[in-house]
Design a protein around this ligand. Structure first.
Ligand code: FE2
Length: 348
């Protein structure tokens, strides 16, 4: 039986270069064996013709979604290069920059996600994939600091150990879009301490702190103690930090309180609250802030009330906040609308 390489040689003119060992070995080792007669002619590329020709060869892809994504990727990438008249030096700078982004990544550092965050891509993808319709609570980025090991807490418990920051008390209800309570909803919540650090950023972390797992009661009610989170910088000692510096941008995120809601039959909601008056509220380095997620806390000086709620003393910041979840069907409907262009493009 003749090999794939022999078949290629048989179909080429006698005086053409013969396929030899390099190609034979690659084909034997699993390189794609494509019927060359079915490929478009890809010679004489010009800035005008290259895009259509890349589309032509990529159109052999059998996965319709991948084919669609690559067609758009190539179109926009080529248009970008043409629109900015990309120079060879700039292209090489970009290659070297991406190389550095990859080199600084480690099991605990993901510079590519940081790059995506800083370019607004993470916020865009998150918004498109988790669209909400009022009165549902808007979603925002998960961030890299969620852990699975938070302790289960009862109503009124504290997620933060003593001395981690200014006292805060948060209570409210989890509801569906019709205002009915969502009972037995699991609420994961995590935040920075007043140093602007998550517990996972301490090398001597012995147990979860400033994070907890709450459960709503039959009325959808939740309540817990925490500390008021503080603003913090994203990692800025790598290529993304250098990029932001060159763009004359700061590296700070406004203070925020992460929340994740998981309830049977409902779309999981990943969101965060931001605080009125924060100096970085309107220029979040990773574009996570949405106006509907900005809250104002009340400073309560009453010592007796503070002690009643479980604090050692006053004052404390008080926040009453309800959240509204969509069912899985409602979320799916919104997602389809958000991805309408794609769905339109795959209609027969
Ligand atoms: Fe965060």
């Amino acid at each position: 039986m003749s090999s794939a390489a022999d078949q290629i040689n048989q179909s080429t003119p006698r005086n053409a270069p013969k396929v030899g060992k390099a190609v034979k070995t690659a084909l034997e080792q699993g390189a794609q064996n494509i019927d060359l007669s079915k490929l478009p002619n890809l010679t004489d590329m010009s800035p005008e013709s290259i895009t259509q020709n890349v589309h032509a060869i990529n159109s052999l892809c059998e996965d319709p979604r991948q084919k669609f994504v690559f067609e758009k990727l190539v179109t926009h990438l080529h248009d970008f290069a043409r629109e900015v008249s990309l120079t060879t030096d700039e292209w090489m700078n970009a290659i070297q920059f991406l190389t550095k982004v990859g080199q600084i990544c480690s099991p605990i550092r993901q510079e590519f996600i940081l790059l995506s965050d800083a370019l607004g891509l993470s916020a865009l993808v998150d918004s498109m994939n988790h669209p909400t319709k009022p009165p549902a609570t808007e979603a925002t980025v998960l961030g890299p600091f969620f852990t699975e090991d938070a302790a289960d807490l009862s109503h009124g418990d504290s997620i933060a150990s003593e001395g981690k920051g200014e006292y805060m008390y948060c209570e409210g209800r989890v509801l569906d879009v019709d205002g009915k309570p969502v009972a037995n909803c699991t609420i994961e919540t995590w935040e920075t301490d007043d140093e602007g650090l998550y517990d996972t950023q301490y090398s001597d972390r012995s147990h979860p702190d400033c994070r907890g797992r709450l459960h709503t009661d039959e009325n959808g009610y939740y309540a817990y103690r925490l500390v008021k989170p503080t603003p913090y910088p994203i990692p800025f000692d790598g290529p993304v930090g250098q990029m932001l510096k060159s763009l004359n941008r700061h590296v700070f995120r406004p203070a925020h309180l992460h929340m994740m809601f998981v309830a049977e039959g409902y779309e999981t909601l990943i969101t965060a609250l931001y605080f009125k008056g924060d100096p970085y509220l309107t220029s979040d380095a990773v574009f996570g802030v949405k106006s509907s997620l900005v809250v104002d806390t009340e400073l309560i000086e009453d010592d007796a009330r503070a002690k009643q709620l479980g604090f050692k003393h006053g004052p404390f910041h008080y926040l009453k906040k309800d959240y509204v979840l969509m069912t899985k069907d409602q979320a799916e409907e919104e997602k389809k609308k958000s991805l309408a262009n794609y769905y339109k493009s795959i209609q027969p």
